[in-house]
Design a binder for this molecule. Sequence first.
Ligand code: CA
Length: 224
Amino acid sequence: MTTVLVIEDERPLLRALQLALQANGYTVVTAPTASSALASLGEEPVDVIVLDLGLPDLDGQDLIPRVRTMTTIPILVLSARHTSAQKVAALDAGADDYVTKPFGLEELLARLRAVLRRRGAEDGAARVDTADFTVDFSARRAVRDGAEVRRTPTEWKILEVLTATPGRLVSHHDLLERVWGPAYVKETQYLRVYLGQLRRKLEADPAAPRHLITEAGLGYRFDP
Ligand code: CA
């Protein structure tokens, strides 16, 4: 059974989501406020979060990083805010995907399945060991030379995507889509900036990387 925590302050919508998710085989925990959501996360095993950004006690945008200090489970954002900047902000804060209100139930269910599937695939590589650094995805720690390396949520996501398929090319397009979203598939300069940061943090010689490899003009590859 997959347990979904639905964080939504509009009671009729919360109730409708609860009924629809239950009808599709999910166990549902509901929270009408950010504080009740944080309390639920501390108490119950939850597999995935559906989060409305407009909450009465704390902006959902600010709730995402707080949730991320507690758990790595997927977060699917639900919001009437639909500018690219707002979506990027939510994804940068650590959300996995974004559904714009008003939405169809089928779309929500499909995106929920997709984030759970992606996470399931990533669970296959819960820990990555290289000669230079170690990443433990379940504990959300990266260690180099015995010292913990701090990463931003975006850096973390890039690392998750690349290490999920060791030795295989991940195209610019795929990496941008999975980390920033479909509207960003041409922003290859983002990747240069973030991969540079990751190499400085993780590689023994960032100028001659051995693990986070550039495939010129194509994308990037993780070599363990
Ligand atoms: Ca709301």
